[in-house]
Design a protein around this ligand. Structure first.
Ligand code: UD1
Ligand code: UDP
Length: 375
C-alpha cells in the first residue's frame, strides 16, 4: 500500500497542544503515513513552548506573527504562505484543528487545491457567529469544507447531524486534550510557579486566564477588578495569572493587577507545568476553551468568564458554571465557591466527559480507512 502524506497545520498554543498527540500517533505508523508539519506561527513564543514539550520539529514555519495582528493579516498571510507548500507537497489530506484563523485559512487553502480536509475537534457550536468571535464563524466555515469530522463527543456529533452532515463522515473520538494530559501527567518539570504554590499550601489558589478578543476592554476590566476585590476581601485567596502575550491583555493585567502581593502575574507556562498548576489550584477562572476541558478532568471547578459556551458537556457534568463578565456577578460567584463548601464539593468531583485519552488513535485509524477507500 502506498504511503499517504498527511499535512498537519496549526499556529497557536491550544492547536499545538491538541494536535501534538495526533502527530505522535501518525509517527508511530510510518509504514502507512508520512507527516508534513506546517506551522503558521500565528503565535510565536507560546507555540514554541508547546513544540518543545512534545519535541516536535515543523517541516515548514510561516512565521507570520505580528504585534497586534488583525484577523485579515492572519488569514491573508496563512492563505498565501500555505498555497505553495500544498502545491509542492501534494498531501493526501490536510488536518486542521478547532476554530482559530490559522485553521480556517489553511482549510480554505486545502479546499482551493481540492485536498480533503480532516477537522479535529469539529462540531462545537454556540450558534452565535459573534460569540466567541471569530471562533464560532471559523468553526462553521471550516465544517462547510471538511471531508472528515473528528468530533470529541456525541453532542458535537449531533450538532453536525442537525446541519445535515453525512453521518458516515463523522467519527466520535474524544478530545485529544485528554491524550495530551496523559502525555504531560508524568512530567517532573520544576518551575518557580509550582514552588510558589507549594510554599503556601493553606492558601486557596485561584488560577485565572483571560484572552478572548470579545472580552477585550470593559469585560476584561470587570474580570480583573473583580479579582482585586475578591483578594482584598479574603486573605486566604491567592491569584496566579499566567498572562497571555497579547499586548492588550498584558497592558490591562499590569495596570489593574500588577501591584498586589497576593496576585502573581507570570509569563505563559509550558503546558506540562501548567497542567500541574491546574491540579494544585482551588478554582479556575477562565474564558479559555481548552481549560474548560482540562480542569474537569483534573478535578478542579471552573467558572467560565463568558456568556455562552460551546462546551456544554462540562456544564452537564456540574464542574463548570458560565458566569459572564459582570463584575458583581463574578465577585458573588467566586465568594460562593470560597464560602459554600457544599457547592464547592459538588463542582470539584472528577468528571471527564472528553474521552479516554485514545482519541489520536481513533483519528489516525479513521484517516487510514478514509484514504484507502477513496482510491
Ligand atoms: C488566538 C486565536 C484564539 C485562541 C487563542 C489561544 C484567532 C483569531 N484567535 O487568539 O481562537 O483561543 O489564540 O491563545 O485565531 N502574541 C505574542 N506571542 C505569542 C502569542 C501572541 O506576542 O506567542 C501576541 C502578538 O502581539 C499577537 C497577539 O498576541 O498579535 C494576539 O495573538 P492572536 O493569535 O492574534 O490572538 P489570540 O488572542 O492569541
Ligand atoms: N496553557 C498553557 N500555559 C499557560 C496557559 C494555558 O500551556 O500559561 C494551555 C492550557 O493547558 C490549554 C491551552 O493552553 O491546553 C489553552 O489555550 P488558550 O487558553 O490560549 O486558548 P483556547 O483554549 O481558549 O483556545
Amino acid at each position: 500500500m502506498e504511503k499517504k502524506k498527511i499535512a498537519i497545520v496549526f499556529g497557536t498554543r491550544p492547536e499545538a497542544i491538541k494536535m501534538a498527540p495526533v502527530i505522535l500517533e501518525l509517527n508511530k505508523h510510518q509504514e502507512k503515513f508520512e507527516s508534513c508539519i506546517i506551522v503558521s506561527a500565528q503565535h510565536r513564543e507560546m507555540l514554541d513552548q508547546v513544540l518543545k514539550v512534545f519535541d516536535i520539529k515543523p517541516d515548514y514555519d510561516l512565521d507570520i506573527m505580528r504585534q497586534n495582528q488583525t484577523l485579515s493579516d492572519i488569514t491573508a498571510d496563512v492563505l498565501k504562505g500555505i498555497e505553495t507548500i500544498f502545491i509542492d507537497e501534494q498531501p493526501d489530506m490536510v488536518l486542521v484543528h478547532g476554530d482559530t484563523t490559522t485553521s480556517f485559512a489553511s482549510a480554505l487553502a486545502a479546499y482551493y487545491q481540492k485536498i480533503p480536509v480532516g477537522h479535529v475537534e469539529a462540531g462545537l457550536r454556540t450558534h452565535d457567529i459573534y460569540f466567541p468571535f471569530p471562533e464560532e464563524g471559523n468553526r462553521q466555515l471550516i465544517d462547510t469544507i471538511t471531508n472528515l469530522f473528528f468530533v470529541p463527543t456525541e453532542t458535537t456529533k449531533e450538532n453536525l447531524l442537525q446541519e445535515g452532515k453525512d453521518e458516515n463522515r463523522i467519527i466520535v473520538t474524544g478530545n485529544t486534550v485528554i491524550d495530551a494530559i496523559h502525555y504531560t501527567r508524568d512530567s517532573q518539570s520544576k518551575h518557580p510557579a509550582l514552588d510558589l504554590m507549594d510554599s503556601k499550601p493553606n492558601q486557596k489558589w485561584i488560577l485565572l486566564t483571560s484572552h478572548r478578543r470579545e472580552n477585550y476592554g470593559e469585560p476584561m476590566t470587570n474580570i480583573f477588578e473583580a479579582m482585586l476585590e475578591v483578594v482584598n476581601e479574603h486573605s486566604v485567596v491567592e491569584v496566579l495569572l499566567p498572562v497571555h502575550l497579547s499586548p492588550t491583555v498584558q497592558k490591562l493585567a499590569k495596570e489593574i493587577l500588577g501591584n498586589h502581593e497576593r496576585i502573581h502575574l507570570i509569563e505563559p507556562l509550558e503546558v506540562d507545568v501548567f497542567h500541574q498548576v491546574i491540579s494544585k489550584a482551588y478554582l479556575v477562572l477562565t474564558d479559555s476553551g481548552g481549560l474548560q476541558e482540562e480542569a474537569p478532568a483534573l478535578d478542579i471547578p471552573v467558572l467560565v468568564l463568558r456568556d455562552k459556551t460551546e462546551r456544554p458537556e462540562g456544564l452537564d457534568a456540574g464542574t463548570l458554571r458560565v458566569i459572564g463578565t459582570d463584575k458583581k456577578r463574578v465577585i458573588e460567584e467566586v465568594n460562593e465557591l470560597i464560602i459554600n463548601k457544599e457547592r464547592y464539593k459538588k463542582m470539584s468531583k472528577a468528571i471527564n466527559p472528553y474521552g479516554d485519552g485514545l482519541a489520536s488513535g481513533r483519528i489516525v485509524r479513521a484517516i487510514n480507512t478514509f484514504l484507502n477507500k477513496e482510491e
